[in-house]
Design a binder for this molecule. Structure first.
Ligand SMILES: NC(=O)C1=CN([C@@H]2O[C@H](COP(=O)(O)OP(=O)(O)OC[C@H]3O[C@@H](n4cnc5c(N)ncnc54)[C@H](O)[C@@H]3O)[C@@H](O)[C@H]2O)C=CC1
Ligand SMILES: O=C(O)[C@@H](O)C(=O)[C@H](O)[C@@H](O)CO
Length: 327
């Protein structure tokens, strides 16, 4: 991967700015393109706001000790922002164009048309849509072989994961190029097949809606729901992952818990998928049977548990929750 890759972002909102910050930090030139037609005054306001936001975010991370604050001006020199009318200049020479316009089909269609009209013949278009099916979006560009979804998580500068979701027509080289580029800047890309919501938005939409529902029903306060996530749900799944935790608790427990909750709430949303009952029939319910979603049969299980314990202790220590025993 060349060091002088130029990047463009269509859309200078939350994600466009966050991606620009990562790209500039990683040493590459980045052009933000305001996707909306605006009067000169309105564009100047947006430009100042966007550059200010990126500069302030960099400075606050530097102030926390991540890097030297003197580096901020040099990083900022790599960021520019142009109005929609200058999209041709902004897109010229860009190797990857990240699209970050609102999660609305017409806005995507319009941004893709801008890419088609002005981007270079070898440029890759990567949509940061949270949910839209890549195969559907691919139909909005005349270069579907150079298109894929690249779902960054917010805040882009802090979150390592980027979910890549190629469309049916996407060339393998397109995915490989974007993957290598992201890895080069220290991100952690994963590839999933064309499917709405990939992994994270698909799981978190259920979790976020359920959290909101708990507050709506008066079951717990917003403070306590988020405390439960910080000190329970999030902390544990940060160490174990969801599927590994099924193996720890036992797939059978999830099966019975899901059945009870589906009955108690009289709602199908708690039904376990078929794979859970199939694993039970096959005796694959996790650590206690030697396999579940993962295979533990050839593993030194004590050493494995000790590694996970170390990760838990680290997480507890970060949260200031490690206490010595009372003697
Ligand atoms: N906000 C989030 O937490 C995350 C958002 N995404 C995705 O990234 C994409 C962009 O989201 P954000 O950056 O949050 O949006 P945003 O609203 O902050 O920024 C969108 C930008 O596009 C411009 N724009 C262009 N065409 C527009 C139109 N037709 N109508 C209105 N505004 C238009 C807006 O002026 C704005 O500058 C969406 O697809 C979203 O689902 C992905 C990950 C996280
Ligand atoms: O994970 C992310 O950062 C994003 O996918 C989002 O937060 C989504 O846009 C989410 O807010 C949609 O409800």
């Amino acid at each position: 991967m060349a060091d002088d890759v130029t990047i463009a972002c269509i859309g200078a909102g939350r994600m466009g700015r966050g991606i620009a910050q990562c790209v500039a930090y990683a040493g590459h030139e980045v052009r933000l393109i305001d996707a909306k037609e605006r009067e000169a005054d309105a564009f100047a306001k947006l430009r100042d706001e966007a550059l200010d936001e990126i500069r302030t975010a960099l400075a606050s991370i530097a102030a926390l000790g991540a890097f030297k604050v003197d580096a901020v001006p040099q990083i900022m020199e790599r960021v520019s922002i142009v109005p929609r009318g200058e999209a041709a200049t902004g897109l010229s020479g860009a190797r990857i164009v990240f699209e970050g316009v609102p999660e609305v089909t017409d806005a995507k269609r319009d941004a893709f048309a801008l890419f088609d009209a002005h981007a270079d013949g070898d440029a890759i278009l990567a949509s940061t849509t949270s949910t839209m099916l890549s195969t559907e979006l691919a139909g909005f560009t005349s270069a579907p072989e150079r298109f894929l979804n690249a779902h960054w998580l917010n805040p882009a500068f802090l979150m390592p994961l980027v979910e890549l979701s190629p469309a049916d027509e996407t060339d393998a080289e397109t995915t490989a190029f974007v993957r290598a580029y992201l890895e080069g800047m220290g991100k952690v890309p994963i590839v999933c097949k064309a499917s709405p919501g990939y992994i994270v938005p698909r799981i978190q939409a259920l979790a976020m809606n359920e959290a909101a529902r708990i507050v709506e029903e008066g079951v717990a306060s917003a403070e306590d729901v988020d405390k439960a996530v910080t000190y329970g749900f999030g902390l544990r799944f940060g160490v174990l992952g969801l599927l590994e935790f099924i193996d720890w608790g036992g797939g059978d427990i999830l099966y019975y818990a899901s059945r009870y909750l589906a009955g108690a709430f009289e709602d199908e949303r708690y039904q376990a998928p078929e794979i859970i009952s199939r694993h039970m029939e096959e005796g694959r319910i996790g650590l206690k049977t030697g396999s579940g979603f993962f295979d533990y049969s050839d593993m030194d299980v004590d050493a494995y548990r000790q590694r996970r314990m170390a990760a838990f202790l680290k997480a507890l220590d970060n949260a200031g929750l490690v206490r010595p025993p009372k003697l």
